[in-house]
Design a protein around this ligand. Sequence first.
Ligand SMILES: [Zn+2]
Length: 168
Amino acid sequence: MSCEKFQEMILTDYLDRELSAQRRASLEAHLTQCPGCREFAEQARKGAVEPFEQLERLKPSPQLWANIKEAIEEDPQPAVRGALVDFWERLKLLFYFPRPALALATVVLMIVMLLAVLPKPIGRNHIAQVESVAEEEVEYLASLMEGTESMDSDGNGGYGTAIEEYFL
Ligand SMILES: [Zn+2]
């Protein structure tokens, strides 16, 4: 094993006293032979362990454990429920406009555009008997036919003209 590996081991499990007996024996055997790693282990121990050796180990009060136990028993599936609530909140953010006024303006604009695009078929039955409006209707159809002719000049030109003549 390389010095690098041993030094990594020193910084982690060795200082935490979590090394298995076998790995600990192999590390200590290396330390007796390698002055570099011995020095490294000494410095690591001084830097990482000694400053904390004088500190008292804090003991949480029994009341704290009682509070934690109570909180756990009150909420048997906190993780699942929390995830569901979180998911629902995200969904609402996706589908709800943050500003209701903007949503309303969008709906109104869509209705206005719809009415602008489909003005004739909606009122056709009511205005059929009013002559002036009927003339407008014919003009509208004629303008449609002109549009068709200009787009398709030699193909269906005769068809458009025939309908035009029928209405005019
Ligand atoms: Zn070494």
